[in-house]
Design a protein around this ligand. Structure first.
Ligand SMILES: O=C[C@H](O)[C@H](O)COP(=O)(O)O
Ligand SMILES: C=C(OP(=O)(O)O)C(=O)O
Length: 350
């Protein structure tokens, strides 16, 4: 009862952010979840170092907006994860913060009611509760970290993190990556610049001074440990960059700095010109490269949901169930086909 009142006060005072401590007490992790997170992070680390020959697959909606549809989707991912576990490490995309090119909905955490009312305390609760549920199903989760303050509310439940194309060059995000315990991928820039992502990896590997909140909301000074698993995600730019020549070029650059010669290919975004169906073409090309012996491709990212395409939010009650409200996604049938193709292609590595 006391806990609920405490929680309500935070909601009433809209200028006061709930503290992690209150949220952690209400939505508590357990040893099964922390073991899953620990194991998955370690598996991903080994994949990115080439010690585990499996392929990392980060798959899920562009953004989370409907918790019921998300759980239904997570249950499907659970089946794929089990079926393909010998060659694929499947992690679900659970993106709660959306960076925008100009303006737009900024994600479930900051605007859980999808109407600009920006009830962030409700959004943080929804996100943490959902992450607990998905992890409890045995499905590890991946997210983009955008606001460093928000990261602390959910990072214990995240097995893989991304820094987006719009923030890879930001000092604060590089420091954040250096502080996070999960492997973190840096996207190349929106214009296709891969060097900023390589600079970001080098920066995130080092120790930094990083300011964050503790669980009671006090600002603390961290001396970060450095992220030994930072890597690059090729998401296309002015042109797609999933072709062999693009990958060879990045591998050469990674070599110069003595960085692990491994990367992740994002099938979506500028690699598919935001046309969800084109993710199938990218998948075919990547499978061919893997089958022909590419060892550089350690992981892939796929934007997928229950239904294909995207929709504009006119009215929250009129939304098509299971369809994205940000970038368009492929449907379950196409997702299943791609996973099977990836599973077959990766066989060559064993
Ligand atoms: O992944 C989602 C979008 O590509 C990213 O948030 C930018 O979206 P926008 O260009 O629609 O603003
Ligand atoms: C915003 C995203 O990607 P990018 O940063 O590559 O645009 C995303 O993956 O949701």
């Amino acid at each position: 009862m006391k806990k609920n009142n405490e929680f309500k006060n935070f909601r009433k005072q809209k200028d006061l952010l709930i503290t992690p401590d209150v949220l952690f007490k209400k939505y508590t992790s357990n040893s099964n979840i922390s073991n899953l997170v620990k194991l998955t992070r370690n598996n991903i680390k080994n994949i990115l170092l080439g010690k585990d020959k499996r392929l990392l697959v980060i798959i899920g909606p562009c953004s989370i907006h409907d918790t019921r549809a998300t759980i239904e989707y997570a249950k499907k991912i659970k089946v794929f994860r089990k079926k393909y576990s010998s060659r694929l490490e499947i992690v679900m995309r659970t993106y709660f913060e959306k960076p925008r090119t100009v303006l737009g909905w900024t994600g479930l955490i900051s605007d859980p009611d999808l109407d600009g009312t920006l009830n962030i305390n409700k959004g943080l609760s929804l996100a943490r509760k959902l992450l607990l549920k998905i992890n409890k199903l045995g499905v590890p989760t991946a997210t983009e970290f955008l606001d460093p303050l928000i990261s602390f509310f959910i990072s214990d439940l995240i097995s893989w993190g991304a820094i987006g194309a719009r923030t890879t060059e930001s000092q604060i995000h590089r420091e954040l990556a250096s502080h996070l315990s999960c492997p973190v991928g840096f996207k190349n820039g929106t214009d296709g610049n891969v060097l900023i992502a390589i600079d970001a990896i080098r920066s995130a590997q080092a120790s930094h001074l990083f300011l964050s909140s503790d669980k009671f909301g006090k600002v603390i000074i961290n001396h970060t440990l450095g992220n030994s698993c930072a890597h690059i995600i090729m998401r296309g730019g002015k042109l797609p960059n999933y072709y062999k020549k693009d990958i060879d070029d990045v591998i050469k650059k990674l070599k110069i700095f003595n960085l692990p010669e491994h990367l992740i290919i994002d099938f979506s975004h500028s690699n598919s010109f935001k046309n969800h169906k084109k993710q199938l073409d990218v998948a075919a090309s990547v499978c061919k490269q893997i089958f022909e012996g590419s060892t550089a491709i350690s992981g892939v990212m796929i934007e997928s949901f229950l239904k294909e395409g995207t929709q504009i939010v006119h009215n929250k009650t009129d939304l098509i169930y299971g369809q994205s409200i940000t970038d368009s996604c492929i449907n379950l049938k196409d997702s299943s086909d791609i996973l099977k193709q990836l599973f077959n292609a990766v066989k060559i590595r064993f």
